[in-house]
Design a protein around this ligand. Structure first.
Ligand SMILES: *Cc1c(COP(=O)(O)O)cnc(C)c1O
Length: 510
């Protein structure tokens, strides 16, 4: 029996409640507490932190329907982030999931026609990344305090559009932190750029780079790896960190909404406590769906984890064949946040399919880095049986948005539409009585033009805000603050630099 299961069994017997430590997927044996792992972000050997055992949720499923989002988040997160005190966690949760969210439910579950949607877009930037990025800054600053680290954290982030604003919104005016975001000048949508350059937080800096996203990303990596700069800034009391999705401080908070959704399905009489529930997740970097897998491993009755891809269907091919192969054309789709050929968080699942053999995993990841591909052995494929991969092409995505709107009046965004399409395909292909919840990752207001195109109401109007008003009339859904805010906001960040000036820009701004 793998070590992992043995420990889980011990916990079942409640012999003791042990601290969960986080270790590398690639071989470094050292265990880190949750707070240390959150500060470090990435392991020194390039691997990702994984829990050395899974907790077993010990709450009663019948109790879930009576819990609000914060209480649910607390019950889930305390099982994984075991070195945080209850008080510390509650503090982080209360500061994250407050009136920044424009719906009291935080993550409302809605039923439209015969489909269920878990709306994760009610935060500040109207995409699901707010669910984790509104709490990460608090987990991180708490971690610094716990570990007697008095330095000021400087978050460096390269963004292709969405992550940048969500990180800015999360870290804005959080004491003890600063955040610098680099984005490709001319490489993001006008709305995305406006969202960033109008950011008011006093500890924020947004910098356009004359280059593409890869240039920004490489530039940030080079700054992270610059030992001399690191030392110079350490002398001034600064420490670099990153807010990207491989940090367990982003992953663990995401486990909570799966448990919450389950509770709401019971509360609404759609399932009985104990019934299995499937989740359909629009997937890019594999962080969101991995959180669902963690929920399942910890005991939430989940049936299938249905991984929905757009035309960049590396993951669909992987679940079908056991071969991960990124050597293919990169396709720009209407769901840009899922246009990804290397899903970083998949490594955490691969590690488990290897029976937690870090050496085996490291070999596969090395193969990915050198040849762009790797293949799982048959016994490893067996471990993937919790997952089902499917994808939607562009025509299907647009047709789904139209059909859902015409049938129910509900408007979904392009990413959610990938999942909604896949949910229909799954139900047609597989005989399965379990209900499916579709994870809704963005507000349609974030992708207004394509959404209106899908329902036949885009006529070439150049002004994005006019389209916003049109969508409001059609859907009857109030224009979110995130959009209203940037309509007339002042531009506060106008720095643009060359790729080779990024480091100097960071130095001079600290
Ligand atoms: C980031 C993102 C995704 C993909 O989530 P992963 O955790 O990277 O798989 C899907 N939809 C939207 C709107 C996103 O912003």
């Amino acid at each position: 029996m793998p070590k992992l299961l043995r420990r889980q069994k011990q916990k079942n017997k409640r012999e003791w409640k042990m601290d969960i430590l986080y270790r590398s997927t690639r071989g470094d044996k050292k265990g880190y507490t949750a707070s240390e792992a959150i500060i470090k972000g990435l392991c020194d050997d390039g691997g990702l932190f994984v829990p050395d055992s899974f907790p077993v949720f010990d709450f009663d499923l019948n109790e879930l329907p009576s819990l609000d989002y914060k209480k649910t988040a607390f019950m889930v997160m305390k099982e994984f982030l075991t070195d945080y005190t209850d008080e510390e966690l509650l503090n982080c949760i209360n500061r994250a999931y407050d009136e920044k969210f424009d719906d009291k439910e935080i993550a409302p579950l809605v039923k439209k026609g015969d489909q269920y949607f878990l709306e994760l877009f009610h935060g500040k930037t109207i995409a699901f990344k707010d669910m984790a990025l509104s709490i990460l800054p608090h987990l991180l600053t708490t971690a610094m305090k716990k570990n007697n680290d008095n330095r000021e954290v400087v978050i460096l982030t390269a963004t292709s559009g969405d992550t940048g604003k969500a990180a800015l919104a999360g870290f804005a005016d959080v004491p003890g932190t600063r955040i610098i975001v680099f984005y490709p000048k001319g490489g993001v949508s006008r709305i995305q750029e406006l969202q960033m350059v109008t950011e008011k937080g006093k500890n924020t800096k947004v910098i356009g780079v004359w280059g593409n996203f890869d240039d920004c990303q490489s530039g940030v990596k080079a700054i992270f790896n610059d030992a001399a700069l690191k030392e110079e800034l350490a002398g001034k009391g600064f420490e670099f960190s990153s807010a990207n999705s491989i940090n367990i401080g982003r992953l663990i908070p995401q486990v909570a909404y799966y448990v919450f959704a389950y509770g709401r399905m019971v509360k609404n009489g759609e399932i009985k406590a104990g019934d299995k529930l499937n989740f359909v997740v629009p997937t890019g970097n594999f962080g969101n769906i991995l959180a669902a897998y963690y929920a399942k491993r910890a005991g939430l009755p989940i049936g299938k984890l249905i991984c929905a891809s757009n035309e960049n269907k590396v993951l669909f091919d992987f679940f079908k064949s056991g071969v991960y192969d990124k050597n293919r054309e990169f396709i720009l789709t209407s769901s840009p946040s899922m246009d990804i050929l290397i899903s970083s968080n998949l490594e955490r699942l691969i590690y488990f399919t290897c029976g937690c053999d870090a050496k085996k995993n490291a070999e596969l990841m090395n193969s990915l880095a050198t040849t762009g591909k790797y293949e799982l052995k048959d016994d490893m494929k067996e471990e993937l049986k919790d997952f089902y991969g499917e994808y939607a092409n562009e025509d299907e995505v647009f047709a789904t948005i139209k059909a859902v709107y015409e049938d129910t009046g509900y408007v979904i965004d392009t990413h959610t539409a990938v999942a909604a399409t896949v949910e229909k395909k799954y139900r047609a292909a597989v005989k399965d009585d379990n209900k499916c919840v579709i994870i809704s990752t963005a507000s349609p207001y974030k992708f207004t033009r394509n959404v209106l195109k899908a329902i036949g109401r885009e006529d070439g109007e150049p002004d994005d805000f006019k389209l916003v008003d049109r969508l409001c009339e059609l859907s009857g859904v109030r224009v979110p603050n995130a959009v209203e805010e940037i309509r007339n906001a002042k531009i506060l960040h106008d720095t643009v630099c060359k790729v080779n000036e990024m480091k100097e820009t960071v130095r001079s701004s600290l």
